[in-house]
Ligand binder design. Structure first.
Ligand SMILES: [Zn+2]
Length: 159
């Protein structure tokens, strides 16, 4: 074999080896991907199995002792979740009570302002009636017309 032919073969072989190696790596990578898919599916199925076993435990089924600790741990955590949810409900109820109290207080203040406004008007009308030398309505303070039993403004009988 001539030197150049020999060299040519070596180069060709090296290129073939590299391409073969690349194909191997791609194949292994595909297989690993399939393995990972199977592993993930197993983990999901294990979760489903775990949930079913817990359902049996919650329903009072007798289960192998080896499961006791983990099942009790789930039961504890479920209780913790209930407690936390109750806490949220309490916070919301407290906020509702506070809101209702604030609303009632606002309504009371508004009603009180209305009463004060009406009383101020009554006192002003009464003062004006008295200044005019007439009788004032006992209810609204408006000047009663001479000889009238009923207030011309509010209709209250004044004897
Ligand atoms: Zn009146």
């Amino acid at each position: 074999m001539s030197f150049f032919k020999d060299l040519g073969n070596k180069i060709t072989n090296a290129a073939q080896d590299a391409s073969k190696k690349t194909a191997e790596l791609i194949e292994i990578s595909k297989i690993n991907s399939s393995i990972n898919t199977e592993k993930a599916a197993i983990i999901e199925t294990q979760k489903v199995i775990g949930a079913k076993i817990y359902e049996l435990y919650a329903a009072g089924e007798q289960l192998p002792e080896i499961l006791n600790e983990d099942l009790a741990s789930i039961a504890d955590r479920n209780q913790t979740i209930l407690n936390l949810e109750n806490k949220i409900a309490e916070i919301k109820a407290e906020a509702e009570r506070y809101k209702a109290e604030a609303e009632a207080e606002r309504a009371r203040a508004e009603a009180e302002a209305e009463r004060a406004k009406a009383e101020k008007l009554r006192a002003e009308q009464e003062a004006a009636a008295q200044a005019a030398g007439g009788r004032a309505c006992t209810n609204c303070g408006a000047l009663l017309e001479e000889g009238m039993k009923f207030c011309g403004q509010c209709g209250t009988r004044n004897d």
